[in-house]
Design a protein around this ligand. Structure first.
Ligand SMILES: [Zn+2]
Length: 276
């Protein structure tokens, strides 16, 4: 039986406790903490949020800063990108310390989502090698520091951005990293030419036990993603119907709503899934 966890990106202006309480009351069980414009959270605050998430039964993940390019031509920019990812990991690690003190079982790793980098006109194979090397190094540091996190590069929405499903599935094998499947990005990356059945079948072929994903409506042009928008009922229905294509190996999918109204859309998604 596939377990589906749904939640918003961010708290939409509520405090974390208010947001967790609202999610629990409405049967939503996930929330992604956005560090998209920088990691501004302190360790103590992260510990408190981890405690509350545990109390309300909400699974947390983190979206790392946007200013990341692991394939930059300038080495100081690569270094700054790695520091931003590691800072996100350090704070996210605090979310699970409460759980690990209380239980013998190893708490779930916190997924750290980020957009890995840009081709900048180079051969995608060269860019792949650069990004693979940096991700391997990051994972080594994370292991040494024993952070309870998993790096999840995200499928990206522009053909100029590194992050096709094929590239990321190769990265999983080569570095043991995780993945974040952004379904709207895959839609935009292919100009809407691949429907959700095709996209979901490609995801199913990865045979992942747990899937972390993003979903929203999306506006796109010849250069791919323009912006996230609320989803139309047709688009939503097509997506929801395609979920049944996931392989039997997949036991859990987390779907984070990234539309401009993430809380309302998470409810809309949940209600659509329940009624189909
Ligand atoms: Zn996303």
């Amino acid at each position: 039986m596939l377990k589906i966890k749904i939640g918003p990106s961010g708290t939409t202006g509520l405090s974390y406790e208010e947001a967790f309480s609202y999610l629990k009351a409405n049967g939503l069980t996930a929330l992604e903490v956005p560090f998209t414009y920088g990691v501004r959270m302190k360790s103590d605050q992260a510990k408190d949020i981890g405690y509350l998430a545990n109390k309300y039964g909400i699974g947390l993940s983190v979206h790392g800063p946007y200013y990341i390019n692991l394939a930059s031509l300038e080495s100081d920019k690569v270094e700054a990108s790695k520091q931003r990812i590691l800072h996100s990991c350090e704070i996210a690690n605090e979310f699970s310390t409460v759980n690990s003190d209380q239980a013998d079982i190893q708490p779930d790793k916190i997924n750290i989502i980020f957009h890995p980098g840009f081709y900048m006109g180079r051969d995608p194979k060269i860019v792949y090698d650069l990004i693979r090397k940096e991700i391997s190094e990051l994972i080594q540091i994370i292991d040494e520091k024993q952070y309870n996190v998993r790096l999840c590069p995200e499928t990206t929405g522009k053909p100029s951005q590194f992050g096709s499903l094929e590239e990321l599935s190769r990265l999983i094998k080569d570095t043991d990293c995780g993945i974040c499947i952004d379904f709207a990005h895959l839609w935009a990356r292919n100009q809407g030419q691949k429907n959700f059945d095709t996209i979901m079948q490609n995801v199913a072929n990865l045979k992942l036990e747990k899937i972390h994903s993003h979903f929203s409506g999306i506006e796109y042009g010849p250069k791919g993603e323009k912006k996230h928008i609320p989803f139309s009922p047709d688009y939503l229905n097509e997506f929801v119907n395609s979920i049944s294509l996931l392989s039997e190996k997949t036991k859990q999918i987390t779907i984070i709503c990234e539309s401009p109204e993430p809380l309302e859309d998470a409810m809309f998604l949940k209600n659509t899934i329940v009624s189909t």
